[in-house]
Design a protein around this ligand. Sequence first.
Ligand SMILES: C[S@@+](CC[C@H](N)C(=O)[O-])C[C@H]1O[C@@H](n2cnc3c(N)ncnc32)[C@H](O)[C@@H]1O
Length: 216
Amino acid sequence: MSIKKWQFDATAAENFAAIAEREIPDYHRVIDQCIRLINKLDIQDPKIIDVGSATGATLYALHQAGYTNLYGVDSSAEMLSRSFDQATLIQSEDFPAEHGPFDVIIANWVLHFIPEREAYLQSICDSLASDGVLIITEKVSGSELANDLYYDFKRKNGMTEVQIEEKKQRLEGVLTTFPVDWYFQNLKQHGFQSIDIINANAVFVTFLASQRKTSI
Ligand SMILES: C[S@@+](CC[C@H](N)C(=O)[O-])C[C@H]1O[C@@H](n2cnc3c(N)ncnc32)[C@H](O)[C@@H]1O
């Protein structure tokens, strides 16, 4: 029997908060780090976009922190229909460069779903203000051991081996991982002088890229 590939459909949208809690390590910690980091920037009323904004948890946290110049882009109409809506919400598979430049671009847990990752990253970088910051969180390629550490997180959250295996199969070819080096190389190629890892947990890594050279 063929297994139904993972989609951000109405069911996913309805259950997204629980899915994120159960299956994304450090979900709240990373969102909180984004806010704390933006608080440190010396930019008046920064224009911020959350890529793959889903049901708007990050946009909500930004709004609660006092930010109002907010954009969210997501390819799924079902996710957007359940989103926190005090932001400009855009439904698109492509980065909405026409709304840029942005002072802050957040792309947490989304690029790994985008097959044309290099082109998407190019659009992001082209739309970032020269003194802007980019935050990216990705599931990266890892050893079997590191992946099993990730599955421990799912086990701890009550997922059975059958559920873990089924989700793995549903995500095959939908979520594709690249090695951590790929991100460093690409971000360097895009002129970022400073690339940090600000969070990592098993096979999930959060990168902070800033200080772009204006001419690359
Ligand atoms: C795991 S969720 C992201 C969670 C979200 N960043 C948060 O903080 O709650 C991944 C999201 O990326 C969206 N997505 C997948 N491909 C996309 C694309 N090409 N452009 C925009 N969004 C995309 C999905 O619809 C889904 O809502």
